[in-house]
Design a protein around this ligand. Structure first.
Ligand code: C2E
Ligand code: CA
Ligand code: CA
Ligand code: CA
Length: 273
């Protein structure tokens, strides 16, 4: 067959259509998956750098009972965001996580929030509703937001963050080191915690510049009264360097993979964390 400019355009359109078709199919699957309770919430321990004890967990959504096979969360979360299904999925995660963690009174809970969820003017009220439903204290909850959201609508972000904080909920800036955050920006939004992305924290054992950037971030955070979590800790050397750099909390496969709540309970019974 002839490969003409026109031919390529046609081919490209076909590919675009099939991407779009796949998205529409997954949208339908998410919708029925929510009805059929195919989603689960797993938890990854967050460890205090000094005591090396589990002090918190991050809730991460899973879709183990998808009939068509497994799909990673960043893929279906993106599709849930563009289709508006993130409101229902996000509320499911928040409620389930609060219910699951409620009995573990010494553990805090950190939940990821999509930029799209913040666009909902009732978002803060829905969070309050989830807390009430599960009798989960606001002071044990932290929400993780990304820069994308905060930069997209700074005024709404500021008011949402201050409304949440007025309820006693902490707010963390997720994926720090992947965007453009400045000191002024950190100050303006008054985050409680900065989470250093694994693409930066995971380099400290190989890259002196990365290690210096982590130490610098810790100094800035401490001057602003914010705590620092390093994610993506995969080996002992990284753990030691991140501790030395002054990170308050550590998270990563070296400590633990994300796991179901039953496994968190078993881990605590073994008193290994
Ligand atoms: P994230 O919020 O940055 O979550 C951390 C991701 O890093 C998780 O991937 C976790 O399993 C993974 N991880 C943890 N420790 C290590 C490590 O040592 N090395 C490496 N290479 N990876 C590690 P996961 O569960 O696949 O989630 C991917 C992303 O999907 C999350 O990134 C978050 O952006 C999104 N996501 C997951 N669950 C939710 C949710 O309930 N709501 C929303 N809005 N987004 C979610
Ligand atoms: Ca996160
Ligand atoms: Ca992250
Ligand atoms: Ca992320």
């Amino acid at each position: 067959s002839k490969i003409t400019g026109k031919g390529r355009v046609t081919h490209y359109d076909t590919e675009l259509n099939s991407v779009r078709e796949r998205q529409v199919a997954i949208e339908g699957q998410i919708r029925s998956g929510l009805e059929r309770e195919e989603f689960d919430v797993w938890y990854q321990p967050i460890i205090d750098a000094r005591s090396q004890k589990m002090v918190s967990v991050e809730a991460l959504v899973r879709w183990p009972r998808r009939p068509e096979g497994p799909l990673p969360p960043d893929v279906f979360i993106t599709i849930a965001e563009t289709s508006g299904l993130i409101y229902a999925l996000g509320q499911f995660v928040l409620r389930r996580a609060c219910q699951d963690l409620e009995p573990y009174v010494d553990l805090k809970l950190s939940v990821n929030i999509s930029p799209a969820q913040f666009r909902d003017p009732d978002f803060e009220a829905k969070v309050a509703g989830a807390l009430e439903f599960s009798r989960f204290p606001a002071t044990r909850l932290q929400l993780e937001v990304t820069e994308t959201y905060v930069l997209e609508n700074p005024e709404r972000a500021r008011s949402a963050i201050s409304n949440l904080k007025a309820q006693g909920i902490a707010v963390a800036l997720d994926d720090f080191g992947t965007g453009y955050s400045s000191i002024g920006y950190l100050r303006r939004f008054n985050f409680d915690t900065i989470k250093i992305d694994k693409s930066l924290a995971g380099l400290v054992d190989r890259d002196e510049q990365a290690a210096a950037l982590v130490s610098g971030t810790v100094r800035i955070a401490s001057a602003l009264g914010m705590s620092v979590v390093a994610e993506g800790v995969e080996n002992e050397k990284q753990m030691k360097l991140l501790r030395l750099a002054g990170c308050d909390q550590l998270q990563g496969f070296w400590y633990s993979q994300p796991m179901p709540i039953e496994a968190i309970r078993a881990l605590r019974q073994q008193r290994q964390c």
